[in-house]
Design a protein around this ligand. Structure first.
Ligand code: ADP
Ligand code: MG
Length: 248
């Protein structure tokens, strides 16, 4: 089963004076359990691709399957439903609600869906524990470090058991030690079977993924597997930055 499949995916932005062909026919599959880094120079179509994968926008042409659902044929309501229930977003800027505690922030997607019963509340506490925030459940974002805030966002992204985690420069605001901690958490989640798709421009981040997809001028330039021993060497180098008690 694929977490997602794209076939000859195209996106054009029609402006007054010109049409920008942001994606000009991109194809690849993301099997369940994969861990993909999307790279490419500025303007190559990374954000456009991420917006399509996140159902924030519709393709101009081509096919996008999420699980077994064909996004290209969906209504706006169906898209909104998929977006809120089946995709876990993690942003560079965390996007937490400042007035809410850690547990409440993790509950937000369920709250909006009217699905917040006792079992769901327990699950949110478990997710907070899962990302290493067991002793911070009642803290608010301002009382947390950047790395801790990103952990809250990651826990929140998992609350709906998504097709995949879509991470847009998730470590872009973090120092190298905190980046190492977050990437170690991604490794753990991926080892448990979570599919991760992330956009990054940092080689040290991309080398931790299983696979690197490079875009150029709206086309797929390359799609390469990272050798397992290189990934492990990169993880080991990063781990040297993390004190052992935080490494879990
Ligand atoms: N909303 C939009 N309207 C018009 N052009 C856009 C829009 N979004 C992106 N583009 C253009 O599409 C191309 C790809 O952009 P983008 O996907 O943001 O690239 P990247 O994220 O790799 O920097 C660029 O030429 C950009 O100017
Ligand atoms: Mg971009």
């Amino acid at each position: 089963m694929h977490a997602c499949s794209i076939r000859d995916l195209k996106k054009e932005y029609v402006l007054k004076s010109e049409t920008v062909r942001a994606l000009r026919g991109v194809s690849f599959d993301v099997p369940e359990g994969d861990y993909v880094a999307i790279m490419g120079p500025s303007g190559s179509g990374k954000s456009t691709l991420l917006n399509l994968l996140g159902c924030l926008d519709q393709p101009t042409d081509g096919e996008l399957l999420l699980g077994e659902d064909n996004v290209a044929t969906m209504s706006d309501d169906q898209l909104a439903e998929i977006r809120s229930r089946r995709i876990g977003f993690v942003f560079q800027s965390y996007n937490l609600i400042q007035q809410l505690t850690v547990t409440e922030n993790i509950q937000v997607p369920l709250y909006y869906q009217g699905r917040l019963g006792a079992a769901e509340r327990r699950r949110c506490v478990e997710l907070a524990e899962r990302v290493g925030l067991a002793d911070r459940l009642d803290h608010r974002p301002a009382q947390l470090s950047g790395g801790q805030q990103q952990r809250v966002a990651i826990a929140r992204s998992l609350v709906n058991d998504p097709y995949f985690i879509l991470a847009d420069e998730a470590t872009g605001n973090l120092d190298s030690k905190t980046t190492a901690e977050i990437l170690s958490l991604f490794d753990q989640l991926n080892n448990e079977g979570r599919t991760i798709i992330m956009v990054t421009h940092e080689d040290e981040v991309a080398e931790r993924a299983k696979r690197v997809v490079r875009l150029r001028d709206g086309l797929l330039q390359s799609d390469k597997l990272n050798a397992e021993q290189d990934r492990q060497a990169a993880a080991a180098r990063a781990l040297e930055l993390v004190p052992q008690d935080a490494a879990e």
